[in-house]
Design a protein around this ligand. Structure first.
Ligand code: AMP
Length: 399
């Protein structure tokens, strides 16, 4: 069901509550070390302010235990936002206090206030109805633009919608849905899914959901060793999920039944020492055994796998990528992830990088502007790709 968008709203003179994702990293001095999330929220904020909204923002930051956990205060975010907007941004010390309510009531059209961390109250995560009502604070319109928490039914993402007449998505969520849902409804073929990262178990539902939609899967990262072990190969000291071997075989069988090409890395780069500068070597191809000796562990895909995977990427019409090919954080083990990133960047396919560590990789190699779309939400983007409804979106008003 299509949902109301911020574009459909007349906000002039209206009290608007917007859930943003200001969960920014702070250093020990309480300074913001990366303001990307605040910058990303600016288009929706500016649209509401220029439309004459009386705008209240709320967000969580980190995992505070209670209100006295001031290292998780959003005050630095209010200061940064004020600099970016070149306008005063008021700040309320609590998200539901009388002082906050009075400040919200006093807002004029085009004015803005940021409320303190919603997670200072346990009622935020338990989605307590009274807390949600207080947070709604008599607003006439709710806008959710926090994609990263849209898969959680919390008071600030779901509960407040029961106390506000109109609830709409902001521009960030709208764009996430456009790429992760609409554009994947009828993807240009070949539709290539690249999965990597540490564990099969984290991505199993996405793999299963996309198995009959995709033409080809490429599997990298440590999850490949669970598949290889399940097939009877030796994986040495590599990271393996021994309780997922049957599951891995089921996936391989299902892919076969569905005629989906399911490509495991042909060879593996291995090491005896998990550190930068360590000596590495590449195994034989799996066709020739490909076994990893005891005392060695896989840390990246091998040279043959790199060539094969890059060739697949160059042929693709649509690419969805989640998870690195190896331990790319360590430069000696980054070749596979780097080559795949470069191939995705070079490809003319619609390319969607779905959250988490693959986003970090794309940024590490300075290629973020060469892909079609980078999702801002790890868990939320996986759930969308799994075909699930996000509570923070489902709760919005139907358009
Ligand atoms: P995920 O969050 O599941 O996408 O996993 C990302 C993490 O998987 C990264 O920190 C990688 O370093 C790690 N990773 C990828 N390949 C391997 C591997 N072969 N062995 C150990 N860790 C890996």
């Amino acid at each position: 069901m299509a949902k109301l968008s911020i574009r459909d709203l007349d906000v002039s003179g209206k009290a608007v509550l917007m859930r943003v994702d200001f969960n920014v990293p702070l250093n020990d001095a309480g300074e913001i070390t990366d303001d990307t999330r605040i910058v990303s929220a600016l288009p929706s904020i500016k649209q509401l302010l220029s439309g004459g909204a009386r705008l209240t923002l709320c967000s969580h930051l980190g995992r505070p235990k209670n209100e006295s956990d001031l290292k998780y205060s959003l005050r630095p975010a209010a200061i940064r936002l004020s600099e970016l907007l070149n306008q005063d941004v008021a700040f309320a010390d609590s998200c539901i206090s009388e002082q906050a309510a009075a400040a919200r009531t006093a807002l004029q059209a085009g004015e803005i206030i940021l409320l303190e961390n919603t997670r200072f109250y346990p009622e935020e995560k338990s989605n307590d109805a009274d807390f949600a009502k207080a947070l709604a604070g008599g607003a006439e319109i709710f806008v959710n633009d926090a994609f990263g928490t849209a898969h959680r039914a919390h008071a600030s993402t779901e509960g407040v919608t029961h106390h506000i007449a109109q609830s709409a998505m902001g521009l960030l969520i709208e764009r996430e849905l456009e790429f992760l849902c609409e554009k994947l409804e009828s993807p240009s073929s070949p539709f290539l899914v690249i999965m990597g990262g540490a564990k099969v178990s984290d991505k199993i539902e996405v793999i299963t959901a996309l198995l009959d939609k995709a033409d080809t899967f490429i599997i990298g990262g440590a999850m490949a060793y669970t598949f290889r072990k399940a097939q009877g190969h030796a994986v040495g000291d590599s990271l393996v999920e021994n309780d997922k071997l049957d599951l891995a075989l089921d996936i391989l069988k299902k892919a076969d039944e569905l005629n989906t090409r399911f490509l495991l890395p042909a060879d593996t780069r291995i090491t005896q020492e998990f550190k930068n500068g360590a000596e590495t070597k590449v195994t034989d191809s799996y066709a020739d055994g490909g076994n990893i000796p005891d005392g060695w562990e896989g840390i990246d895909i091998g040279d043959v796998a790199i060539d094969e995977f890059c060739a697949e990427i160059s042929q693709a019409g649509t690419i969805v990528w989640n998870g690195p090919m190896g331990v790319f954080e360590i430069n000696s083990f980054e070749a596979g992830t780097k080559a795949v990133t470069e191939a995705v960047a070079k490809s003319s396919a619609l390319s969607i990088v779905g959250g988490g560590d693959s986003v970090t990789a794309v940024k590490k190699y300075g290629l973020a502007d060469q892909v079609s779309f980078i999702s801002t939400g790890g868990g939320a983007s996986l759930e969308l790709l799994e075909g699930k409804q996000l509570p923070g979106v489902t709760a919005l008003t139907d358009s």
